[in-house]
Design a protein around this ligand. Sequence first.
Ligand code: FAD
Length: 221
Amino acid sequence: MVAGHNHKLSPVIVDFTEELSDGIYLFGFRRNFDFIAGQVLGIALEENGPRRLYSICSGEDEAHTKILYNVIDEGYLTPRLSDLEAGDTLWITEPRGEFTDNLNPAVWIATGTGIAPFYAMLKSGLGSNKTLIHGNRFLEQFHFYDEFEAVLGENYIRCCSGEHDERVYHGRVTGFLEEEPELDPSLKYYLCGNAEMVVETRDILIQKGVPFHQIISEIYF
Ligand SMILES: Cc1cc2nc3c(=O)[nH]c(=O)nc-3n(C[C@H](O)[C@H](O)[C@H](O)COP(=O)(O)OP(=O)(O)OC[C@H]3O[C@@H](n4cnc5c(N)ncnc54)[C@H](O)[C@@H]3O)c2cc1C
């Protein structure tokens, strides 16, 4: 999705960029703005170039803002982002978005790079009382496993659809939720990932008694 063009962009210098696993990258730049964990930035290579939205993937008090993305081979921006090097300039909008949480107990559900806003929330001190259900195709894609596990313990559930491992649920997040005997209807459920996952998950939650207004979604594509 292309970010709105009514937002003024500012230049930032990339400090580091790293390929975490095949096609999944993390880069960072020095932060000079305030934001709320869960918010997004518009990012472009040139001031007037095509923009895409990215969730901030770092804590509210961290010196660096980080962005986690996966390369879409046929896409415009992400193949170019993957060629970035430290010292290169990027253009960013101000942070914005309503996909934000608080200290209350809640359930976070993510697929792929949809983990980014929840990582920002974790690093901003919102990890207590949370359950995180995270889906990926491959085991190597659970990049922040140690950090989530340190705070959430057994309430961090990895769903891996493409590989078996005794420590993870084999299947998708939707499969895991279908098998849950009951879901607490008083909790808020935060969903982040692709539209198919968000719609399927929302249907399962509603079918299991979660009121519609307790479901908050951020759709990536
Ligand atoms: C609110 C919001 C937050 C977002 N946050 C992130 C984020 O933190 N990390 C991230 O990686 N992406 C995020 N995205 C998606 C991102 O904005 C771009 O759409 C994505 O990076 C592709 O950009 P592109 O220019 O390379 O491809 P484009 O030229 O825009 O698109 C090529 C095609 O790929 C599809 N597509 C887009 N994303 C994916 C994907 N991940 N997997 C498969 N197909 C895809 C598009 O629908 C399109 O059909 C977010 C999107 C929104 C709306």
